[in-house]
Ligand binder design. Structure first.
Ligand code: DX5
Ligand code: ZN
Length: 231
């Protein structure tokens, strides 16, 4: 197989032990994580409350890996600066959580960070029209956001394929690189489906952190190997 893109794994610390986040991040990095995915929930845009900028700032010294901050907060704009200053490298936004998606993406880039757009299962790919030049990452949700440990929604495979086509067309027209990430229910079975459909970043909570630190290297290797196995 020629020219296989590198698959980056972004463990979601939503599934880590919150009582020792620094150690958990160290352990998952040592196990082979490429990015750290941080799920920010406000109990309003999604029915759960998680992490704020103070926590992001506190864990920042524990790794040099990119912080992939997934904002599930509405409104998102008032907090972009706080997450940027706390140490986010990529800040991803749901179109439904801002009044003008294009403006919010530009704000993120003006803060010196990479800008991402997140598509919920019910959010159409038409949301990407006219903003491809302002985006560094497109995140396709394969569960409805709010909680870890949910079942992968198969209908989103077709959406990943469509987004991959849009990214490839954008590159052909001379556009800059855009990563395609998938988030929710990723395991050794669904990771391969997502990668075959065109994803190059895999967010994994449960599958990364299951069975504790002594198994993190195994968990990430299993995920990575599953994407390379013959069909
Ligand atoms: C869901 C979050 C996900 C979640 C993934 O709202 O955006 O990042 O933590 O967890 P798993 O891999 O367990 O589905
Ligand atoms: Zn997420």
């Amino acid at each position: 197989m020629a020219n296989l893109p590198k698959i980056n794994i972004a463990p979601s610390i939503l599934s880590a032990d919150f009582a020792k986040l620094g150690q958990e991040i160290h352990d998952i990095e040592a196990a082979g994580a490429d990015w750290i995915h941080i799920d920010v929930m406000d109990g309003h845009f999604v029915p759960n409350l998680t992490i704020g900028p103070a926590i992001v700032k506190a864990i920042r010294p524990h790794t040099k890996l990119p912080f992939d901050v997934h904002l599930m907060i509405e409104p998102a704009d008032p907090y972009l600066e706080a997450f940027a200053h706390a140490g986010a490298d990529i800040i991803s936004i749901h179109p439904e959580a801002v009044s003008n998606l294009g403006n919010s993406l530009i704000k993120v880039r003006n803060l010196g960070k990479k800008a991402g757009v997140v598509l919920n299962p019910a959010t159409p790919t038409s949301s990407l029209e006219n903003i491809m030049d302002s985006v560094d990452l497109i995140l396709v949700m394969t569960v409805n956001p709010g909680f870890g440990g949910q079942k992968f929604i198969d209908s989103q495979i077709e959406k990943i394929q469509i987004v991959r086509q849009k990214i490839d067309q954008h590159i052909e027209r001379g556009g800059t690189k855009i990563d395609l990430s998938v988030d929710g229910g990723i395991n050794v079975n669904t990771a391969k489906l997502a990668v075959n459909a065109g994803a190059n970043i895999l967010v994994a909570g449960t599958a990364a952190f299951i069975d504790g630190p002594s198994k993190y290297a195994r968990n990430l290797a299993d995920l990575r190997n599953s994407t390379m196995a013959e069909i």
